[in-house]
Each structure stands twice: as structure tokens, then as C-alpha cells.
Design a binder for this molecule. Structure first.
Ligand code: MAN
Length: 548
């Protein structure tokens, strides 16, 4: 039985004296003795034992379930019922009966001997009723605001459904466009490739390729010669510095003199003699200057340095790109349009106007068929078409993303784990509320992120992103308790501590507001928040008027 209904029961049933003391209204009917002749007996509530009726509430525990002592503290684990006339009856553990302390749950003082605790049920009851009235008023007004949130969710449903349908259509159109452009790019590319092959057959290009091959072969030979020359030079250097002049071997002396002359070196016997020669490098460099001068004589010829360092670059030229470039400079030869334009040079003046009219029509048809373009134009077309294809693919991806986002939002709209079964929280997604406390402004953007901003400037700390509603064990998903908390997790890491996190303790209020902020543990923050989304209509749950 609901405790409020107790107020409707006749007072004699609720007698707080004798056998029925401490018995709750629900059990009153079971505290009736059984007559056997002149004797009265009573059965323990668990049916385990029959005792004398006078043993009920005699301050001695007889029944194993403690049911024989509802009005005393004799049995452990039994309950005592305070009638609390003028307020609401309530149960307390029997162990707290007669302990000399006035239990707040027993405003009538019935848990203690008469005169120990005053009966304050009138005042307590009145204050309680005032409180309930104020809460009712708040819920009534708050629930009106809440209903606008519910209506918003309904509109959102329609908007998202429309968006999904529209993006679906857009996707179909964009997919067709992408397919068309891809086909165009492929066709233009294959046309370009065929035309390029044709260009490659030109004598100029073929000759260029032969030159490239010859140059590569010469480069290879040149490198081999350089290596051989270096090896020979080393042998002769060793001979020059290591031979014994005392042997008077003319063949060796001749070879040394010859090498010294060729390499521009002083005779080995003179090296180190005062004033004769400054040093070998100087002599050598004089010689190089002469060589350079000689080379400079033939204008445009490459120096040894250029041959060594620039030949590779030259041979790595993109000759196909050059071929396409070439067309731009000399004009694409023999394309259908160029033939038509050049023909006018050979016609008599009188025929030119007629010829030009026909020519323009033919060109238009050729262009429509994609035949009236040169290689370089085709290359430009390909890259233009490729760009159009890339753009179309990008737009398609964006539209698909738009559709996915809308579908995700629609799925969340009436999901209890997100915006509630009626979608009442959707309106508040991204609503930011804050409170200045101490050196910081604490802000939470609902379903998004909580932050801590220093009032006097400095960097803002993220206190975490929305993680879930109250998913503590035993809390039913979608119940009022579930929506009484929100968790924000994985914020900025605390120095030597955890990542910052926030728990919102939420209750019904006319405004979306942060009432207070605390940091009960280092970097774990608790915000007290109100929101009309939590103001359930009066007929949904909570205290009903008739129970007062
Ligand atoms: C900052 C703020 C505080 C926090 C400390 C931890 O000062 O985020 O709230 O307690 O860092 O070092």
C-alpha cells in the first residue's frame, strides 16, 4: 500500500500502542490473535511458530523473523512503523526504537517513550507540502518549456528525413555526373595517347632519340676514359716520385719527363730548389688556365665541369612533354582544322566567303565529335576534364558525408542514450552554459565539451567531451535517474594526475544553467546544472496531489 493512503485509514487501525505498535498498515490485518477457548495465540509472519498473543511486543524476541516485536527494539532486522499523523508514515529499523534519539523519520516521536520526543508532524508536514507545491509549480512551468523541446525534435525529424531524401537524390545525380566525367577523361586520355604515339613517329623526334642514345653511349665511354686516365696518372706519379736517377735508365727518365710535360709538373729533381718553381699547384693551374682558354675559344661548347655535372640532367629531359610543348610553338601540323584553315590560301578570292561559311560548319561538327583538336589542346582538355572529375568526386563525397551525418543524427534523435525517448535533449545539443567560480569560468557545451577558462587570461583546459548519461550499475536506461547525470571525459591531462573529467548533476529548472561548480577530487569536476528538459509533466511521474 502506498504510504500516503495511510492517512485515509481509521485511527484505531493505526494505534501505536499495545500489540499493534510499530505495525505498518499493510501488515495490520495480520496482527490478529487466534482464539482457542480462553487462550489467544498468534503465528509469526513467516509461519514458523505459534506464540501466545501476549508475547507480541513484549520486548522479547520469539519469532525467527522478528515479526513478533514490531514496536520494540528486541528483534534485530525488524521494522518499526511511525504513523506520523498529519504527515507521511514511515518505517525505521526497530533497533532505533527506544534508543533515546529522536529519529527525523518519526516526526510524531513514537519511536521513543512518551514525552521523550515532541510531535512535530504538523510543522514538518506543512513544510513538506509547501515544498511539494513549489516543485509542482516548477515542473508545470518547466514542462511547458520541455514540450517546446519535444516539438523541436519532431521538426528535426522531418528536417533530417527531408535532408536524407534530398541528399539521396543529389548523390544519384552526382554519381551519374562522376561516371560521365570519368568516361570523358578516359576517352580523352586514350585519344591523347594515340595522338602522342603518332607524333613520336616524326623524323625530328626519332632523330632526337638517336642523339640521346648516342650521347648516353659517349657519356659512358667518357667516364671509362676518365677512370683509365686517372689510373695511368697514378702509375706515372708513382714512377716520377719513386724512380732512382742514379741508374741513369733513359727509358724511365724519358717517361717521367714526358709525364711531367703532359701534366704540367716541374721536374721532380727541381722540386724544393729555392726560387726555381713556386710549387706544383701553381704551375698546374697555369696550365689549366691555358686549357680553359682553349676551350672558351669554341663558343657554346661544354666544359669538362658541365660534362660531368649537367649531362645527366640533360639526358633526363621529359622528351614527351617537349613534344607536346613543341606543337604549341610550331602549331599542330595537319590536324583536320588546320588543313581547313590553310586551304583558303590556295582558293581564288571570289570563293573565299562561301568556303569560310562551309568551313565553320564543318569545324563545329568536328569539334562536337571531339576530333578537331591538336595534341597540346587535348592534353589541356584532359587536365581540365580531370579537374572537373576531381571536383565532381569531391562534391559527391561531401554529399555522401552530409547524408551519413543526417542519418546519424536521426538515429540519435529518439535514442535514450542520446537525446531521450522524446528527443527532448536535441534542442540543447551545443547549448553552452557557464559559471564563474574563483579564477575560472567553467563552461559546458551540452553533448559536446566542457572547458575551464582562466578569468585573467591564459590557456583554456578541456575538461572532457560528452561520454554518456548516468550509466552507473542499477540505473535503468531512459529513467529519470539516468538523465540526472552526464559525464564528460578525457579532458586535458592533469599534471601528475588523471585526464580532467566532469560530472553534471542535473535537475529540473526553468533555465539551462550551471548553478555551482566544485572539484571534489583533483581534476574531477562536479557541475550542478538545471534544465527544463528534466521537468517531466506532472502526470508522468512523481508525487500526486491525492497522496498529500
Ligand atoms: C589547474 C586547474 C585546476 C587543477 C590544477 C591541477 O590549475 O585545472 O582545476 O586542479 O590545474 O594541477
Amino acid at each position: 500500500m502506498n504510504p500516503w493512503l495511510l492517512l485515509l485509514l481509521p485511527l484505531h487501525v493505526l494505534a501505536s500502542k499495545g500489540h499493534l505498535k510499530g505495525v505498518s498498515p499493510e501488515l495490520a490485518a495480520r496482527y490478529v490473535p487466534t482464539k482457542k477457548g480462553s487462550a489467544e495465540t498468534w503465528q509469526c509472519l513467516d509461519g514458523s511458530k505459534s506464540i501466545d498473543w501476549t508475547a507480541v511486543n513484549d520486548d522479547y524476541c520469539d519469532c525467527p523473523d522478528g515479526s513478533d516485536e514490531p514496536g520494540t527494539g528486541a528483534c534485530p532486522n525488524s521494522s518499526f512503523y511511525c504513523v506520523n499523523e498529519g504527515h507521511i508514515g514511515s518505517l525505521i529499523p526497530s533497533s532505533r526504537v527506544g534508543d533515546g534519539l529522536c529519529e527525523p523519520e518519526c516526526c510524531d516521536g513514537s519511536d521513543e517513550a512518551p514525552g521523550v520526543c515532541p510531535n512535530v508532524c504538523k510543522e514538518v508536514g506543512e513544510a513538506y507540502r509547501e515544498r511539494v507545491k513549489a516543485e509542482e509549480k516548477l515542473r508545470k512551468t518547466g514542462s511547458k518549456i520541455r514540450s517546446t523541446y519535444v516539438a523541436f525534435a519532431q521538426k528535426e525529424k522531418k528536417r533530417l528525413e527531408d535532408e536524407i531524401a534530398q541528399t539521396e537524390q543529389e548523390i544519384a545525380t552526382r554519381e551519374k555526373e562522376v561516371a560521365r566525367l570519368r568516361d570523358l577523361v578516359e576517352r580523352t586520355e586514350s585519344l591523347s595517347a594515340a595522338a602522342l604515339e603518332e607524333r613520336k613517329q616524326s623524323p625530328l623526334y626519332q632523330s632526337l632519340m638517336t642523339h640521346v642514345t648516342a650521347l648516353k653511349s659517349l657519356q659512358r665511354e667518357h667516364m671509362e676514359h676518365l677512370e683509365r686516365e686517372k689510373a695511368l696518372g697514378d702509375i706515372l706519379d708513382n714512377l716520377r716520385t719513386g724512380y732512382n736517377p742514379n741508374y741513369q735508365d733513359m727509358a724511365v727518365l724519358e717517361a717521367v719527363r714526358g709525364w711531367e710535360q703532359l701534366a704540367g709538373l716541374p721536374h721532380i729533381n727541381d722540386v724544393g730548389k729555392d726560387g726555381e718553381n713556386e710549387n706544383e699547384e701553381e704551375l698546374g693551374s697555369d696550365d689549366v688556365t691555358t686549357e680553359e682558354e682553349e676551350e672558351a675559344v669554341e663558343e657554346g661548347m661544354w666544359t669538362a665541369m658541365q660534362l660531368e655535372h649537367q649531362l645527366d640532367d640533360l639526358l633526363n629531359t621529359d622528351y614527351e612533354a617537349l613534344l607536346v610543348e613543341h606543337d604549341k610553338h610550331v602549331g599542330a601540323p595537319a590536324s583536320p582544322t588546320s588543313i581547313l584553315f590553310n586551304l583558303s590560301a590556295y582558293l581564288p578570292d571570289a570563293l573565299i566567303p562561301q568556303y569560310e561559311a562551309i568551313r565553320d560548319q564543318v569545324v563545329a561538327v568536328l569539334e562536337m565529335l571531339g576530333l578537331a583538336k591538336g595534341v597540346s589542346d587535348r592534353a589541356a582538355d584532359t587536365s581540365k576534364q580531370q579537374k572537373a572529375l576531381n571536383d565532381a568526386e569531391h562534391s559527391l563525397r561531401l554529399t555522401k558525408k552530409e547524408k551519413e551525418d543526417a542519418e546519424k543524427e536521426l538515429a540519435r534523435l529518439f535514442d535514450p542514450e542520446w537525446y531521450g525517448a522524446q528527443g527532448e535533449w536535441k534542442k540543447l545539443h551545443g547549448t553552452c552554459i557557464d559559471k564563474e567560480v574563483g579564477d575560472y569560468i567553467y563552461e559546458v557545451c551540452l553533448f559536446d565539451e566542457a572547458r575551464q577558462k582562466p578569468v585573467k587570461g591564459g590557456s583554456t583546459f578541456s575538461l572532457g567531451r560528452f561520454a554518456s548519461w548516468n550509466n552507473a550499475p542499477g540505473v535503468e536506461k531512459g529513467s529519470p535517474a539516468y538523465y540526472s547525470k552526464q559525464y564528460y571525459k578525457n579532458g586535458a591531462k592533469c599534471w601528475n594526475g588523471p585526464h580532467r573529467s566532469v560530472t553534471l548533476d542535473m535537475s529540473c529548472g526553468l533555465e539551462n544553467a550551471v548553478l555551482s561548480v566544485g572539484e571534489p577530487e583533483k581534476c574531477e569536476y562536479a557541475f550542478k546544472v538545471t534544465s527544463p528538459a528534466l521537468c517531466l509533466p506532472l502526470n508522468v511521474s512523481g508525487v500526486k496531489r491525492e497522496e498529500l
